[in-house]
Design a protein around this ligand. Sequence first.
Ligand code: GDP
Ligand code: MG
Length: 450
Amino acid sequence: SLSDRLTSSLKDLRGKGKLSPADIDATCREIRLALLEADVALPVVREFIKNIKERAKGAEVSGALNPAQQVVKIVNEELIGILGGETRRLNLAKTPPTVIMLAGLQGAGKTTLAGKLAVWLREQGHTPMLVACDLQRPNAVTQLKVVGEQAGVPVFAPHPGASSAGEAQGAGVGDPVAVARAGVEEARTKVHDVVIVDTAGRLGVDEVLMQQAADIRDAVQPDEVLFVLDSMVGQDAVSTADAFREGVGFTGVVLTKLDGDARGGAALSVRQVTGRPIMFASTGEKLGDFDVFHPDRMSSRILGMGDLLSLIEQAEQVFDAQQAEATAQKIGSGELTLEDFLEQMMAIRKMGPLANLVGMLPGAGDMKEALGQVDEKQLDRVQAIIRGMTPAERDNPKMINGSRRLRIANGSGVTVTEVNQLVDRFFEARKMMSAMAGRMGGPGGKGKGK
Ligand code: GDP
Ligand code: MG
């Protein structure tokens, strides 16, 4: 499977210190094969691999992750991107009723979806109604009625005995276009604010089906046409989606049967090839097995790497904690380097204005004195100066003599005075922070949380 392939291809990278171009090429070859095996459309695979290569090559080697983990992280992020990033909301009509038309092959899950969507909409305060326009199979209308009953929403159907079939009788039994039109009219008079139009599908794409769907579309002018796609179908997904895009046009995609062991290739392809967002996901036969589509979950599913991804998160967190502990040790023993100093300032800036933060800390007064002179605007200059130093200078600031200061000033576009000020301030801060750490729990400030 795709996840097996990816996992094994990524294993090859484990234990390497650095991502070499050869590593990236080899891994990308494996990922390419794996995606093709999972029925992802070729143009999508090409684009995907191109993005992965670019990002992997430009990726900084992170201290927190090994190369394999880094590639997994990149692959995951790119997958989420291809799957559509953020989820789009349903497009509601300015003047109700909002008309949602379902289209797709027979067995895709349209009728089931009609009920799920109705329940979901009702939970959000809408008053949906279903319209039975599948007059192809004898029991299709009955099926929708059952679904409607389970969902607790009315069904407009052309057969006698239906809860609100009166007008459809006059509109002509057997004509799905007329039923659709009458159904929307019924919703308007009965004040249902959303109409879900269930349509007929066939086993394969054909002219008659497309024409009928297009006629229904023209008759009711839907606000959304949702293309319902069985995620178990493989390469056919793209050609089917293409046919529906040409024949009917659609505004969004719903993936069904995600509870099966679909390999995910359809999901990956359909978004990219049709340019239409995947809006909902159907994950079972029960009405509650339904949710808005989450690209991140789909990506984990495709990669089969839910565990791997959370391991990566943990690795990053552990790394942060280790860094913090190491810094605390250095602060306590007065060994803080300029690199640490800069990192601390940047970290504090990320957390918000200095003033807010220092008030929250024990020993706040000392900290304020130590760091307080550095205002937010100056941080960029401070960063530039420290970046202008050699690693040795950052590690051992005592070696920064007059000629080094001049070189650093020239290199970072500031005056020697500014370099002097920074270095002085650093030594002062280091002394103060060390004293503070000592009071807070001995050398290294061991055992103290933030
Ligand atoms: P339609 O022909 O497009 O209207 O498809 P249906 O709604 O009748 O669904 C066809 C079959 O697939 C039915 O047996 C449904 O119960 C089943 N089905 C629909 N959606 C899902 C789903 O998300 N998961 C599973 N496991 N079965 C589904
Ligand atoms: Mg149906």
